[in-house]
Design a protein around this ligand. Structure first.
Ligand code: BGC
Length: 766
């Protein structure tokens, strides 16, 4: 207990110390190992800071894009022309999008060998789901609910990226979203804060490993702080307006989980939140993150987001924007050219306190020390390692493993799946089946086009059946070039006839339909979320020829596929699964992997239901009041229920849930157990999910919330008792002042294989 207290005291002292550098780090002989380690870096940071001119300090806070503009408009002003000059003067602290050992070495050499103080650059890159070898899009990985596989996926991504000179990833994106129209849902973990928090932790641990100073670990970045996924109408970059309850209970928890897992950096966001652009919000960055949460790392802005405060109509000009951003707690300027050009004079004019600059610089230098860049700035620059690691078998195996686990079986009538391995005539239809680029999805800047295993290749790796392929129709017209807009207005149906003919001759038709990999991602919002182009018509035309259809979906967001659900006997949600996509899909279709994925996001029946999410509130009129009455919360043309709920997913076997028991351990601790039995014929995995409802509270609570899950693998007829412990963290919630409380009263638990779970029990918290 005594030690515990000492750590608490020392670490809060440290905040002050790190923030203002006034106290002596060795002032107390009570230092624990933890504080000694941190303080030794603080001493080095302070010593270096003391040597720096104001301009050199501001240089550390300046991040430049290397050589090509990947996202966002290229800056209109001519500042980009000064990048090399600034680099040589020591006015650049970080670069992004420089990649490959050769290139990274070049820029690092300028920083280390040509500047006065030789401070190494931190090299950032969007390693979102893999680097060269691509794992499933993050939303797909979230569908695995397999935290170990997700962590491993981040781990191997870090190994590949670090081998290529990168030491900082702008991931994980931990934005919660309830709107499938938003293109960046592909990049997150879905709609639920509990699942997303555990995934945030797994990803941070995967990227950063146990020791940040090793050459194969990289600093992670929790983004976008905060609210970006709640853009109005799902339109990217749009306004965000959310109440305190949603902010604290839904949006912030995954960020807090990333912070608790030791994430070294945060990124702020393009959006405004309740009238204040996130980049200029002291409430978010200073009060919550660096204050309440005691975050010790640094905050990078999103691309050009300091300047965007001007177009938000929040800042008068760039100088004003720079002043707002630094005062609000943004430490590093990504591509606004605002800090490098404006901060020094703002300090000289007394508009910005130099201690804020010192604090930002210390945070940035700290991470560079932690990465070991001062010991060896070229530690990530080893050509031999680069050659050996990229695309290695270990990495390929890890991305295949998580790809299989990410697949969700949505429907399987008459056990059409798994497919027989011998003697079948299989027609594969759909342009996406033969696409080796689209499965890489969005955000895979370093991966080469055409490097994914297509469904066709994956299926052909099994030799026992006769396979024919017909495209049927294109998914998009014209080029698919990042970051250009995709043209979806496909009208050409000339491929239908031969696809229909192939379907007629086949025993089974496998149709691969959905979105191109670049239909989702940044700037890729859609107002209709059905199958793009003429794919729906193709599906209906093939259905007339042969009803034995397995529909394999490739997509970066939930789609509205109500017709398919009505008519098609088997539906497999295969997202965009990355480099090993085709093998993963084939192994599931043939039953070599029994699907175990569960949806991390609700699938609506139509787009008008959006935002639709399982953990909604009750409202005052949740059900029909009197027969025929209209006075309840509903639509006249569609039911309130989704097409597929959060947490839903089938297996080639079946499971039963029985013997739900609740056991009170203490005032604020309850144990819930349930018996899971494999009632089918094959071995399978089930994600046992526990949902909780606080029956009444001082702030209205959701109808249910995920508060525990466990993945269980069982042989046919085998059973297992699964036990969950619910304590304060699960029972409580944040009130409208941001305070976490457990309120006494009645709680209901629901346990089952999706958020529709009906097996229920109640308990009281005194
Ligand atoms: C995105 C960020 C990304 C940054 C750098 C921005 O457009 O919003 O998520 O990390 O670009 O590429």
């Amino acid at each position: 207990m005594k030690n515990f207290l000492i750590i608490m005291i020392s670490s809060s002292l440290l905040t002050v110390l790190v923030s203002f550098g006034e106290a002596n780090a060795n002032s107390s002989d009570q230092n624990t190992v933890f504080t000694k380690e941190v303080d030794s870096i603080a001493l080095k940071v302070n010593a270096l800071l003391a040597k720096m001119t104001l301009e050199e300090k501001i240089g550390q806070m300046n991040q430049y894009n290397g050589f090509w503009d990947v996202t966002g408009p290229a800056p209109a002003h001519g500042d980009a022309a000064n990048k090399y000059e600034h680099l040589k003067k020591g006015w650049v602290g970080s670069m992004l999008n420089v990649r490959g050992v050769k290139e990274v070495r070049q820029v690092q050499k300028i920083a280390v060998e040509e500047t006065r103080l030789g401070i190494p650059l931190i090299i950032g890159f969007d390693v979102i789901h893999g680097y060269k070898t691509i794992s499933p899009i993050p939303l797909a990985e979230a569908a695995s609910w397999d935290l170990e596989a997700i962590k491993l996926s981040a781990r191997v991504a870090a190994e590949e990226a670090s081998a290529s000179g990168i030491n900082w990833t702008f991931a994980p994106m931990v934005d919660i979203s309830r709107d499938a129209r938003w293109g960046r849902v592909m990049e997150g973990a879905g709609e639920d804060p509990y699942l997303a928090s555990l995934i945030a932790k797994a990803r941070v641990e995967g990227f950063q490993g146990d020791d940040l100073s090793l050459a194969n670990t990289i600093a992670a970045c929790a983004k976008h702080f905060v609210g970006y996924g709640f853009a109005e109408a799902g339109r990217d970059y749009n306004t965000v307006d959310v109440g305190t309850s949603t902010l604290y209970n839904v949006l912030l928890p995954p960020f807090k989980a990333a912070q608790d897992a030791g994430v070294r950096t945060f990124m702020n966001a393009f959006n405004e939140l309740n009238g204040i652009p996130a980049t200029g919000s002291a409430f978010l960055q200073r009060d919550i993150l660096k204050g309440d949460w005691n975050f010790q790392g640094f905050m990078v802005t999103d691309w050009g987001s300091i300047n965007e405060m001007i177009t938000h109509r929040y800042a008068k000009d760039r100088r004003n924007a720079a002043e707002i951003a630094i005062n609000a707690g943004a430490d590093m300027d990504m591509e606004s050219y605002a800090y490098v050009n404006e901060l020094a004079s703002l300090v000289k004019d007394g508009k910005v306190d130099e201690r804020l600059i010192d604090d930002a610089v210390k945070r940035i230098l700290r991470v560079k020390f932690e990465l070991g860049l001062f010991d060896d700035p070229y530690k990530y620059c080893n050509e031999t390692v680069e050659k050996e690691v990229i695309g290695s078998k270990t990495i390929m195996d890890a991305v295949l493993d998580v790809a299989k686990k990410s697949i969700v079986l949505l429907k399987n009538e008459n056990n059409l799946l798994p497919l027989k391995k011998q003697g079948q005539k299989i027609a594969i239809i759909g342009a996406l089946a033969n696409d080796k680029t689209s499965p890489l999805g969005s955000w895979r800047i370093a991966a080469d086009d055409g490097t994914a295993v297509s469904v066709l290749e994956g299926m052909k790796a099994y030799k026992g059946n006769t396979i024919t392929y017909e495209k049927g129709a294109n998914v998009v017209t014209g080029e698919t070039v990042f970051p250009k807009e995709l043209t979806i207005n496909v009208t050409d149906k000339s491929g239908f006839a031969s696809a229909i003919a192939a379907a007629k001759k086949a025993d089974v038709v496998v149709m691969v339909l959905g979105e191109h990999g670049l239909h989702s991602g940044e700037g890729r919002s859609r107002s209709e979320i059905g199958l793009p182009g003429v794919q729906q018509e193709l599906l209906e035309a093939i259905y007339k020829a042969n009803k034995n259809i397995v529909l394999v979906l490739n997509n970066g967001r939930p789609l509205t596929i109500d017709w398919a659900h009505e008519h098609i006997p088997a539906i497999v949600e295969a997202w965009q699964l990355g480099t090993q996509s085709g093998h993963a899909i084939a192994q599931v279709l043939y039953g070599d992997y029994n699907p175990s994925g569960k949806l991390p996001m609700t699938f609506p029946r139509n787009v008008g239901q959006v935002p639709i999410y399982y953990n909604h509130k009750s409202t005052g009129r949740p059900t029909l009041q009197e027969p025929g009455s209209v006075f309840w919360s509903h639509y006249s043309d569609v039911s309130n229920t989704p097409l597929y709920p959060f947490g839903y997913g089938l297996s080639y076997t079946s499971f039963s849930y029985t013997d739900l028991k609740v056991n009170t351990i203490s005032n604020h601790t309850v144990e819930v157990s349930v018996k899971l039995t494999n009632t089918g014929k094959v071995k399978g995995k089930e994600v046992v999910q526990l949902y909780l409802r606080d029956e009444f509270a001082s702030v209205t609570r959701p109808v249910k919330e995920l508060k525990g899950f466990e993945m269980v693998e069982l042989n046919p007829k085998e059973s297992k008792i699964v036990t969950f412990k619910l304590s304060e963290a699960e029972l409580g919630f944040y009130d409208n002042d941001g305070k976490f409380n457990v309120e006494p009263g009645t709680f209901s638990v629901f346990v089952g294989g999706s958020s529709d779970a009906t097996l229920t029990a109640q308990f009281e918290i005194p």
